[in-house]
Design a protein around this ligand. Sequence first.
Ligand SMILES: NC(=O)c1ccc[n+]([C@@H]2O[C@H](COP(=O)([O-])OP(=O)(O)OC[C@H]3O[C@@H](n4cnc5c(N)ncnc54)[C@H](O)[C@@H]3O)[C@@H](O)[C@H]2O)c1
Length: 351
Amino acid sequence: MNVGIVGIGNCAASLVQGVAYYRARPGESTGLSRRSCAGLDIADIRFTAAFDVNTAKIGRDLADAIEVAPNNALRLADLEPTGVRVREGALADGIGTSLSGRFDTRGDATADAIAAHLVETGTEVVVNFVPVGSQRAAETYAAAALAAGCAFVNCMPAVIARSPQWADRFAAAGVPLIGDDLTSQFGSTLVHHALVGALRANGVHLDSTYQLNSGGNMDFLNMRDPDRLATKQETKTRGFGGSEHTASHVGMDYVPFLQDRKIAFIRVAGVGFAGTPVEVDLRMSVEDSPSGAGNVCDAVRYAKALMAAGQPDAAAVSALLMKAPPRAFAPGEAQEALDALLDDSAAEVAA
Ligand SMILES: NC(=O)c1ccc[n+]([C@@H]2O[C@H](COP(=O)([O-])OP(=O)(O)OC[C@H]3O[C@@H](n4cnc5c(N)ncnc54)[C@H](O)[C@@H]3O)[C@@H](O)[C@H]2O)c1
């Protein structure tokens, strides 16, 4: 299956190297939620198109571009050239005040030119990894994907999948739209959500909670800009199940020497049996970009399978894998709905 990537930063590096890692180890499933997903092996994922606006990445083979600074994700595999050259993208609002000046940019491509390249390369699914706060850039790539008949997986907080207008446009074209803002396979949102769920399921009233994250990659530097951070705070709060009855706070701090390691402190405090206090304080540490790549591998395979089945409604995939999906499902319901959809279609998915 053919995947295009927008934003060749740390997440793209972990995705491309991670697929190569598993391709070199047939049958290995440690670290994956699913080796095979919707009838496709992880090794069936091929990269066919790549876009960025950093002039040091444009024109390079994808295998080299993912090594260019300021990328600093842990190397997962040594790659042969992929044959995919990074193309100039559409800059729009891609680079905010915190990132500007860190590298030279060029980004005059139109949505039509991007769509034409997606068609030429036979790309079927587009993964959007532009920086937090880049609403206009995300919309340009969504429009290009739509024009090219590609599914779109929005891994950042821009309002795309949860916008009724975009949802209608993709539905009318019969193409899956998955988003918004990826949930990492094992990250602070998942752990926070599990803690909040355990307290609520056991009758504890949650009074207050916070999630303080720090890391030294460009995603954290970008979120020094308060307007950009606000969009992430919104999707993160939705992701862990924050409600208006709970005082909550999400913090993000850029600590350069942490590189791509993310350290999160999570606190939940509430009221238990007979008004007695309950508190949990937790510290977790993960490699930030690899922890997201596994769920992207699932999202693109579900997108391809839904297209093959003629079932473009991807709401269940978004509920499973994204922090801010267009609609919520009860626990377990999204996976059941998706399994039923794909089983019923009995469509053969050609890799
Ligand atoms: N585990 C995770 O790391 C994780 C989880 C959930 C969501 N995300 C989101 O995924 C996105 C990517 O994260 P990252 O760590 O790879 O960030 P990054 O800063 O390393 O990479 C972003 C890339 O996008 C490029 N870019 C900027 N504007 C662009 C434009 N208009 N067109 C094309 N390319 C453009 C940059 O040059 C850079 O190469 C972020 O929005 C992040 O919040 C990441």
